[in-house]
Design a protein around this ligand. Structure first.
Ligand SMILES: O=P(O)(O)OC[C@H]1O[C@H](O[C@H]2O[C@H](CO)[C@@H](O)[C@H](O)[C@H]2O)[C@H](O)[C@@H](O)[C@@H]1O
Ligand SMILES: [Mg+2]
Length: 278
């Protein structure tokens, strides 16, 4: 079935609650693998990319949960790997960055490509063009570049025209990624769905059922893969959104509260599920 023919719905009206799915992890931690988007899912959306706030306890809770799952917890993000790693320091998790175009496996193997000279030139052109529109913020992510119009939505159409034109110049190896008040040119070679498949083919994820959690268009690819293999897909749905996700959580704050509870329970010395941790 083609993607545009897949069943889609306003997730808030018809989906079940993701809270029930996540609360079941503690009973059978060896069964599940968790795939977590960052912006809008683990952390609240902020006015600019650098203004996000990582709650101080969040890295520890993710680490506790990762141990409970025997390491089968991965971040799957549009951010570049080094930036995302800094957010959760000192912990490092398996991670896919740039919407799946770069990846570090649980074994620590990194698959990422350096930008070519031609792409560096294109990024300079985009940054130069954007200077004519006050409030348009350019985020250089190495092998991807994002143009954010959250501070200046009046320029959305102009930015879209510019990014579409620059995509043509960048050649077939790149694609245009839409997101929350952002347009990105990123490598076409992988999606979050392909990143999820790659993780699921390797220890400690192999043989487990995925639970994919995200908030945006880019997460739909990993929702599809999770659904196809019989896992769960959960969309953070603060606003109405067309989605293939089968479950919903109201907000990133609700997800963080659930992760905190799961993490704390797993670190109790008398918790039998905690004994499964590696
Ligand atoms: O896949 P994600 O982890 O959700 O990353 C998607 C993009 O997130 C960031 O942009 C978005 O969040 C910003 C901070 O809240 C917000 O200001 C912006 O409007 C959003 O589009 C990030 O800057 C991008 O690089 C990611 O691709
Ligand atoms: Mg997101």
């Amino acid at each position: 079935m083609a993607h545009d023919q897949e069943p889609q719905h306003d997730v808030r009206k018809s989906a079940s609650s993701g809270a029930g799915i996540l609360s079941g992890i503690g009973a059978e931690p060896q069964k599940w693998a968790l795939f977590l988007d960052i912006d809008g899912t683990l952390v609240d959306i902020a006015d600019t990319p650098d203004e996000i706030v990582v709650p101080p306890e969040l890295p520890k809770h993710l680490d506790q949960l990762s141990r409970l799952l025997g390491g089968a917890l991965a971040l799957v993000t549009g951010r570049a790997l080094p930036y995302a790693d800094r957010l959760f320091s000192p912990h490092q998790f398996p991670i896919a960055g740039l919407h799946g175009a770069e990846r570090r496996s649980a074994a620590g193997t990194v698959d990422r490509v350096e930008p070519s000279g031609a792409f560096e030139e294109l990024k300079t052109t985009i940054a130069g063009q954007a200077r004519q529109w006050p409030g348009i913020l350019i985020e250089d992510k190495g092998l991807a570049i994002a143009a954010h119009y959250r501070q200046a939505p009046e320029y959305q159409q102009a930015v879209e025209a510019m990014m579409t034109h620059c995509l043509d110049l960048s050649g077939p190896d790149f694609t245009l990624q839409r997101g929350k008040m952002v347009l990105e040119i990123r490598p076409a070679r992988a999606s979050k769905g392909e990143a999820l498949k790659a993780f699921l083919s390797e220890p400690p994820f192999v043989g487990r059922m995925p639970i994919a959690i995200g908030d945006d268009v880019t997460d739909e690819a990993m929702f599809r893969v999770a659904n196809e293999v019989g896992g769960h897909s959960i969309r953070i749905a603060e606003t109405a959104a067309e989605t293939v996700a089968t479950s919903v959580l109201a907000s990133a704050a609700e997800l963080r509260a659930i992760l905190a509870t799961l993490g704390a329970a797993s670190s109790q010395p008398d918790n039998s599920s905690g004994k499964e941790a590696s």
